[in-house]
Design a binder for this molecule. Sequence first.
Ligand code: NOJ
Length: 548
Amino acid sequence: MSRISWSRDAVIYQIYVRSFADADGDGIGDLLGVASRLDYVRDLAVDAIWLTPFYPSPMADGGYDVADFRGVDPRFGTLADFDKLVMEAHARGLRVIIDLVPNHTSSAHPWFTAAVAAGPGSPERARFHFRPGRGPDGAQPPNNWQSIFGGPAWTRLPDGEWYLHLFASEQPDLNWDHPEVRAEFADILRFWLDRGVDGIRIDVAHGMVKAPGLPDAGAASVELLAGAETPYFDQDGVHEIYREWRSILDSYTPERIAVAEAWLPNVERAARYVRPGELHQAFNFHFLGTPWSAPAYRDVIDTSLAVMGEVGATTTWVLSNHDVVRHASRLAAGIGGTAGGATAGGGPAATADPALGLRRARAAALLMLALPGSAYLYQGEELGLPEVFDLPDECREDPVFVRSGGAELGRDGCRVPLPWSGSSPPYGFGPAGSTPWLPQPESWAVLSVAAQADDPSSTLNLYRRALRLRRERLGGRGVKPGRVEWHSAPGDAHLDFSHIREDGTGVRCVVNLGTEPVPVPEAPRLLASESLPQAGLLPPDTAAWWPR
Ligand code: NOJ
């Protein structure tokens, strides 16, 4: 199909529902809270929202443990609230993407409770991966796979059988070789598409199919989310599922899209998910994982554009999400965003200079938004929010923290509820007097939306200006993707490129990742990430845009 997708140059704003806005005052964000803030999102000039899971869930993994794939958890609202949210978003020109979680269910899902009750050898157990253990009495797990969240990927039931869970023990992995599993998810997909959603984000999109016989993994495979080769990630069989889903998506009008959450060893493997007939996009975690270095960024930008271009797909860009240390903290630490540096929540990022981190985060945003392709923003990055490292242990809920006995801080620090207004918590996140599910730092009063709204130098206004300029100068759905022309050399400590559209217009972006000022055009700028002390020179850790 030669049609150019609306997603090709879309900016998609990730809403982590339980931390966005709390309409009913129970301390947990909800769908009506999201609906109440849609004008704010529209005014950012983004094209779509992605809602993280709001399904009925025991919340063992923040809702990625789904007990009913067709419902709404009462903490988040009702199906009627969901329908209202979709309608209100569409009325504002915002598309809606939801999170589909096909790799596992919750242990509270009726299929799993039935499997536990039915016992070994039952057809109910065939929908999951149940196995006898190894060793005398079967007391050893069936293989050596480790959970992404730490500890063995197997849990033993009182009847002696073990079941597989690549994540928390409350998240049993589904057996995608079972026809009922496939049929059920095709039906779930249609259920939400029929309700008018514009797309899906596929959780653990590289994980559903396991190598036949569930063989032991090699030593490298225990790396957390690093994408090393394993018998449980990136198996060829997943692509067959995506071809089926693509035909379902394509049977709807207007267009529906899918984006893969897949942590893979390189961009080449990621491109396999977006081949013709498969998914529209895959998150660019290689961009997210790039440390603050011009040659490193140049490499990932060139590789992403070339490799995704070869399969005719859109390149995506992302700096933060609900699983990694917020980039305003991470980029100052000289670390990349994958593996321990991203997910552990502590390490070098915890001690890095916050002012430097914010400067770099603002510059990185201008870099990302100047590139051809689609960009994903994570709620709160437009406020320059830092990671919260010093949450009290008793407030932390991430299974990464719990399963590591506190050795890893986990991901709660990037999930602290948003500050909207006011001088003390809950900062307008919920009604006055309500207590957000994670405590918000005292220092966030100056970072609230209200505190930044009228300050021309705020991070919020930098994002607003950049997003509007991007829409005016780099948007253009329905035309061919723009191209990048470099003015800097691959080894330079700065990046200097023009994003040129088919009609010859575009934006020139310079980002200084070095330690010395770099010469830049004296011509009038479109915007800069900081006020520039001297015309013609761009200071370190700063970015600016010019007409191409
Ligand atoms: C990826 C999600 O983004 C993360 O939050 C979750 O813990 C895992 N998948 C497991 O569902």
